[in-house]
Design a protein around this ligand. Sequence first.
Ligand code: PMP
Length: 350
Amino acid sequence: MELWRDKIKKTEPYVPGEQPEGKNIIKLNTNENPYPPSPMVKKAIDEYSCGNLRLYPSFVCKGLKSALSDIYNVGEEEIFLGNGSDEVLALCFMTFFNSDKAVLFPDITYSFYDVWCSLYGIPYERIPLDNDFRIVKEDYFKENGGVVIANPNAPTGIYMETGSIEEIIENNRDSIVIIDEAYIDFGGSSAVELIHKYDNLAVVQTFSKSRALAGIRVGCAMANAKLINALEAVKNSFNSYTLNSLSQAAAEAAARDTAYFEECCNKIINTRTWTVEELSKLGFETLPSCSNFIFTTNKNIDAGSLFEYLKSNGIIVRYFNKPRINQYLRITIGTDEQMKALIEAIRRYP
Ligand code: PMP
C-alpha cells in the first residue's frame, strides 16, 4: 500500500489563470499590470553582470530590504522576502497556523488559502461574506487558529477600511492575523504601520501587480521581528536562497522608482473608473473595486457564455464556476485600448 499517496491525492492544487502563447490575445485573466516595469528595472537588468550568476545570491537581500524599509517605514528586521507572495503566504501558513483550531477566512477569497490548509493538514472554516460580498468583521471575533484576509479581497475587489482590519487584529491577540495586500496599491491604504502596534499581525505584499514584475517572482511579509525570525527559520529549513540575485536587483530598482509606480497605479485606477461606467451603460453591475480588476455581472447575460464568447474573440477574462459567483466575471484592468476593445466586443455580444 502506498501510504504516502493518501494525503497528496486529497490535495486539490490551486489552478492559476491560463498563460496563452498567442500574440494578439488581450489577456485580462491574471491581474497582471498592463504596463511594463519601471525603466529603472531595465537599467538594473542591463547593468547586472552575468558573471554574478556564478555566485549564490545574498540571502540577507540587503538592498531590497533597505528600499522596502524606506517605503514602508519599517525596520529591515521586520521584512521577510520570498519567491512571489504565494511562497511567502505558503511559508506564513506553515509557520503561524499550527493549532488544532480552525483558521478563518472568507468563503469567497483567494482560492490558494484552502489549498495550503489541505496540504499542511490545517483545519479551516470559510466564513460567508454578506449579501453585498463584504467581510463582516464581527464574524472573526471568535476562537480560531489564525485569520487570513485578502484586502482588497479577491475576486470581489472590495476593500475593508484599516479601522475594521485593526478591530480584527485586536480581537485575535492569541492568534496570527495575515493581511494579504496583493492589490492594496490600487485604492486602499496599507495596514503595515500596525505591525508596530500588534505582534500578531503579518502584512503580505507582492511585486507582481502594482510594480509590474509578476515574472520575477518577488513578494514580502512585514511583521514584528519575532514573527519574521520564525519565518526565516522555517524558510532556512527548506531553502536558504529563495530569491535569485537578478530578481533582487530588479525588485530594488522598481521599489525605488516611486514616481513611475504612482503614475501606473493612477492610470489603472482611471481606466477602471471608465470601464465600470461603460459596463454600467451595457447593463452590468460591478462590485466597488479598489483593485486592478473588477467583478461584474449582468442579469441578462449568462457569465459562462460571455466568458466563452470573449475567449473566442481573443479576450481572456476569468470565470469561476463556483456557488454564489458563477454569474460574475473577473476582469483585469488593462490599457485604455484593451478595455475599449473589451467594451466593443461585449457590445457585439449576440
Ligand atoms: N494573493 C492574492 C490575493 C492574489 O490574487 C495573488 C495572485 N494570484 C497572490 C497573492 C500571489 O501573487 P504572487 O505570488 O505573484 O506574488
